[in-house]
Design a protein around this ligand. Structure first.
Ligand SMILES: *[C@@H]1O[C@H](CO)[C@@H](O)[C@H](O)[C@H]1NC(C)=O
Ligand SMILES: *[C@@H]1O[C@H](CO)[C@@H](O)[C@H](O)[C@H]1NC(C)=O
Length: 250
């Protein structure tokens, strides 16, 4: 009897262990699939025009016979970005658009240069998570979750932080000297949307922005003036609800 109980107990323990193992595998598979899909071949250096017949997720592969070591090497990453802009910082992303070799591999890299007190403006990467390493300087950095919770901290030289895919994040140089960081992404094309430019640099109707931000048109115009590249004039007036409606009803 005691033997049977011990046996049953042993089997339950085995089952529990197996379940835990299966769940951890499932979790890992999920993580592995949380970003770019896995490649189906060693590499697929992007061909800038069709020449091989292979077509992988939006980009053609260069014929393997024509691929050389040089295709896998990018030069000039040591060149600092120009931080002489209103934000005092410059992020230079080396993704599929600049480096054909990363095609299908689910990776890309950026250098972020900060002038004194420079800001890498609040932004998010819709298509990839980021690991951000501070190599010079002291930065205030943080990100905001889908529950509007802020995780923020001060990062020093040698510190690394993770910015999860799609979450709003930023870094501000706290010193009067330059700062420098390298960021890597789990996507060949993480994408980048700056909040300020996306909201105030596009011709979204005033009616949307005044209601969203609960301020009057004057405040919105003030913000637009900083980011908008629209050419709004008397000859070329801003879009309006009335104008849009008149186009729809025709
Ligand atoms: C920074 O840019 C402004 C205009 O954009 C220019 O007038 C100024 O000379 C630049 N400063 C340096 C140090 O390049
Ligand atoms: C803006 O619009 C005005 C009048 O419509 C035109 O003269 C001017 O060249 C435009 N500027 C740009 C940068 O497109």
């Amino acid at each position: 009897m005691e033997n049977i109980i011990r046996r049953v107990g042993y089997n339950w323990a085995t089952l529990a262990l197996f379940m835990a193992f299966a769940m951890s595998i499932a979790t890992q598979l999920y993580v592995a699939n949380a970003s770019d899909p896995s490649p189906l071949q060693d590499f697929c250096v992007e061909a800038h025009h069709f020449n091989s017949g292979a077509y992988v997720n939006g980009k053609y592969c260069k014929n393997e016979d024509a691929v050389t070591t040089n295709d896998f090497v990018f030069k000039g990453f040591d060149q600092p970005g120009d931080t002489n802009n209103t934000q005092g910082a410059k992020a230079t992303l080396i993704d599929i658009n600049k480096f054909a070799a990363v095609n299908t591999l689910g990776v890309s890299i950026a250098r972020v240069d900060f002038g004194p007190y420079g800001l890498n403006t609040p932004h998010f990467h819709p298509l990839g998570s980021e690991i951000f390493a501070v190599l010079e300087g002291t930065l205030y950095a943080g990100f905001v979750t889908t529950k509007n919770k802020l995780y923020d901290t001060v990062l020093k030289k040698g510190d690394i932080i993770v910015f999860p895919q799609g979450l709003l994040h930023f870094q501000l140089n706290l010193d009067d000297t330059d700062a420098f960081a390298i960021a890597t992404f789990g996507s060949q094309n993480p994408g980048r949307i700056n909040i300020a430019d996306g909201v105030f640099g596009t011709p979204i109707l005033d009616e949307v922005l005044t209601k969203a931000f609960q301020v009057n048109e004057k405040a919105i115009e003030q913000l637009r003036a900083q980011f908008s590249t629209d050419n709004v004039s008397d000859d070329n007036p801003r879009k309006s609800i009335l104008k849009l409606l008149s186009q729809v009803s025709r």
